[in-house]
Design a protein around this ligand. Structure first.
Ligand SMILES: O=C(O)CCC(=O)C(=O)O
Ligand SMILES: [Fe+2]
Length: 331
């Protein structure tokens, strides 16, 4: 199933120690995070109180009954799997310097610009994952070889945009934000939206992605049945148990500011997996317009582009994102 040549060379020594037992469930151990039942929000019958609680108390929840046809879901999954399974060198060429899409691997720090900060995984603590970054605005210019990828992702993007608008409007109503249509468009800009497709090798002992908050307004995560997504609540890590036919919604840093800290961005990571299988995830990051201004009680006013630039600098200097604490008002 997993063809080793499709993975970056640095991953291979770590992968070869894993026996090929695709369906085996890993024994629970003491280091594993606890299971939790995050709220499940039904989009067809939106319960505003339940949504408010999910945002306020959790910052992460499942969203079901979103109306995305199952054919679209399976097409996205199929095309993602086939592209990421291409030989490593082929992926590097296809998504290289001349492509508006980028292929990355290793440990990255989430950057709102879509730039991926890459470090080679260390022997013992490497976070193993790889992915393709797809800024939605550039989909129209992809290599003709990727025509079917473009068509499928555009269709997926249209559905997700519809879901995002419905969800955000409900959140804004719960927060009594009284936003104009222009403000809403600026918070949920289609020009900055990014889809990321990611693959994590079948190494259940290697962590996937380091702990971080997303810089987005909201992130729509489509994790497969392998599991591994974890989040922090009240100082403890919990698993997001996969739920079929649903998305995981994670609130990002910009939602924390928009809600004036009524809602918090959720700290999350991809940890050890429950099954010895490759894990795929498809994430849609909703970002504001670059020039969108944020004014709130606890933070200095800033434009999203300034936040983005600061994250880049932090990653270069400290190796990881600092994010909102950099923008706190002076005490
Ligand atoms: O792969 C996942 O499920 C989550 C990935 C993630 O958190 C990210 O790329 O920001
Ligand atoms: Fe994330």
């Amino acid at each position: 199933m997993s063809n080793t040549e499709s993975y970056p060379p640095e991953f291979r020594p770590l992968m070869s120690s894993e026996p090929a037992e695709p369906e085996t469930t890993v024994e629970p151990d003491l280091n594993r995070s606890k299971d939790s039942n995050i709220p499940v929000i039904d989009m067809e019958r939106l319960d505003m109180e339940k949504l408010r609680e999910a945002c306020k108390d959790w910052g992460i929840f499942h969203l079901e009954n979103t109306g995305i046809p199952s054919t679209v879901m399976s097409q996205v999954k199929e095309i993602t799997e086939s592209l990421l399974s291409l030989p490593f060198e082929e992926k590097r060429k296809l998504f290289g310097v001349n492509s508006p899409l980028s292929y990355y691997w290793g440990t990255h720090t989430v950057s709102p610009s879509g730039d991926t900060m890459k470090r080679a995984p260390q022997e013992s603590s490497g976070h193993l994952f790889e992915g393709i970054n797809v800024p939605l605005a550039s989909l129209a210019h992809v290599d003709p070889k990727l025509e079917s990828f473009r068509v499928v992702l555009e269709e997926y993007g249209r559905h997700i945009t519809r879901i995002v608008v419905t969800l955000f409007e409900a959140m804004a109503e719960n927060l009594s934000l009284g936003l104009s249509n222009d403000q809403k468009r600026s918070y949920l800009s289609e020009s900055t939206g990014v889809i990321r497709v990611q693959r994590y090798p079948r190494c259940t002992e290697s962590p996937g992605l380091e702990a971080h908050t997303d810089s987005s307004v909201i992130s729509i995560i489509n994790q497969d049945e392998v599991g591994g997504l974890e989040f922090m609540k009240d100082g403890e890590w919990f698993n997001v148990t996969p739920l079929a036919n649903s998305f995981v919604i994670a609130l990002g840093d910009m939602m924390q500011v928009i809600s004036d800290e009524e809602y918090k961005s959720v700290l999350h990571k991809v940890g050890r997996r429950m099954k010895k299988k490759e894990r795929y995830s498809i994430i849609y990051f909703v970002y504001p317009d670059k020039g969108c201004m944020f004014k709130s009680t606890r933070y200095k006013p800033f434009a999203f582009s300034e936040f983005e630039a600061q994250v880049k600098v932090d990653v270069e200097i400290h190796g990881s994102k600092i994010g909102l604490p950099n923008f706190l008002n002076a005490p």
